[in-house]
Design a protein around this ligand. Structure first.
Ligand code: ATP
Length: 271
C-alpha cells in the first residue's frame, strides 16, 4: 500500500476573498508564484528567476493554510498538501520514499503547488533532534535533492508553513531552494475588521453590537480566534433562547471571557 494514499491532488475551493485583509501578502504570493507561471517570458526578459520555494511563517491560526489554498485555486494550479508530522510518523525508509512520491506526483500534475504544513517537524536543523535524528536527516536530504531537481518557471512550486522559523534547517533556505520568506502576522485592526465583516455577513448581528469596540477588544487575537469568538457568541445566544433571532452585544461580551488569545508564551518571541 502506498504511503502516499493520503496525499490527494486537488484544486481547493478557497478564494482570496475568503481571506480577510492581508492584501500585501496576497500580492507578494501572486508575484512569486502565479505571475512566473502565467507570464514566463516576462520573467525571462527581465532576467529574474522566480522562487522555487516560499516559506510562510507566523503565529498559528493566521491563515497560512488558507493562503496556500487560495493561491492554488486562483491560479488554477494543482495542490498537494502534506503535514510535516504525518511524514515523520512512517516506518523506516517510508518517510524519504513519501517525499520522493509527493514530488513525483506534483511533477505529473504540473503546474502544481506542494504545500508542506508544519515544515518544522520535517526540516529540523541537522543534529538538533535527539533520537529521531537519523530519519530527520534523511528526510531533509531527500527534500533538498528534490528541490534542486525542480526546473524553474514551469513546474512545481514548494510552499511551506511553520510557526517555528528558527527550527528550519538553513540548507533548505539557501538561494534556489526555499528562498522567499513571507511573514503572516497576527491580524491588525483593519484585518480583524475584515474578518468580522466576513463572519457577520452570514450571521444575524443585532444593532447593539459595536464593531469598533470588538476590534479593540480583540487585539492579539488570531484570525482563527476571532472566528471562534463569533461562533461562541452565536452559541451563547442560542443557549439563552434556542429561538433567538439575533446575536447581541452581551453575547459577545460573555464570549470574550471564554475565547481568549492563546499564542503560547514560548512562541511569542518569534513574532
Ligand atoms: P496553523 O499554523 O495553526 O496551521 P494557519 O496559519 O495555517 O494555522 P489556517 O489553518 O489557515 O491558519 O487558519 C485557521 C482558520 O482561521 C481558518 O480556517 C479561518 O477560518 C480562520 N482565519 C484565520 N485568518 C483569517 C483571515 N484573515 N480571514 C479569514 N479567516 C481567517
Amino acid at each position: 500500500p502506498s504511503a502516499m494514499r493520503e496525499v490527494a491532488v486537488d484544486v481547493p475551493s478557497v478564494s482570496w476573498s475568503d481571506i480577510g485583509g492581508l492584501e500585501n501578502i496576497k500580492l507578494k504570493l501572486k508575484q512569486a508564484v502565479e505571475w512566473p507561471l502565467k507570464h514566463p517570458e516576462s520573467f525571462t526578459r527581465m532576467g529574474v528567476q522566480p522562487p522555487k520555494g516560499v516559506l510562510l511563517y507566523g503565529p498559528p491560526g493566521c491563515s497560512k493554510t488558507m493562503i496556500a489554498k487560495a493561491l492554488a485555486n486562483e491560479s488554477g494550479l494543482n495542490f498537494l498538501a502534506i503535514k510535516g508530522p504525518e511524514l515523520m510518523n512512517k516506518y523506516v525508509g517510508e518517510s524519504e520514499r513519501a517525499v520522493r512520491e509527493i514530488f513525483r506526483k506534483a511533477r505529473a500534475v504540473a503546474p502544481s503547488i506542494i504545500f508542506f504544513d508544519e515544515l518544522d517537524a520535517l526540516a529540523v536543523e541537522r543534529g538538533s533532534s535527539s533520537g529521531a535524528g537519523n530519519v530527520a536527516d534523511r528526510v531533509l536530504a531527500q527534500l533538498l535533492t528534490e528541490m534542486d531537481g525542480i526546473e524553474q518557471l514551469k513546474d512545481v512550486t514548494v510552499l511551506a508553513a511553520t510557526n517555528r522559523p528558527d527550527r528550519i534547517d538553513k540548507a533548505l533556505m539557501r538561494p534556489g531552494r526555499i528562498d522567499r520568506i513571507v511573514y503572516v502576522p497576527l491580524p491588525d485592526a483593519a484585518t480583524r475588521r475584515e474578518i468580522f465583516n466576513l463572519q457577520f455577513h452570514s450571521m444575524p448581528i443585532s444593532q447593539d453590537v459595536d464593531l469598533n469596540e470588538l476590534i479593540l477588544q480583540t487585539d492579539t487575537y488570531s484570525g482563527a480566534e476571532v472566528i471562534a469568538l463569533c461562533r461562541e457568541a452565536a452559541l451563547l445566544a442560542l443557549e439563552e433562547d434556542i429561538k433567538a433571532k439575533c446575536i447581541r452585544r452581551r453575547h459577545f461580551t460573555q464570549a470574550l471571557s471564554t475565547v481568549t488569545p492563546r499564542i503560547p508564551e514560548s512562541l511569542r518571541r518569534f513574532y
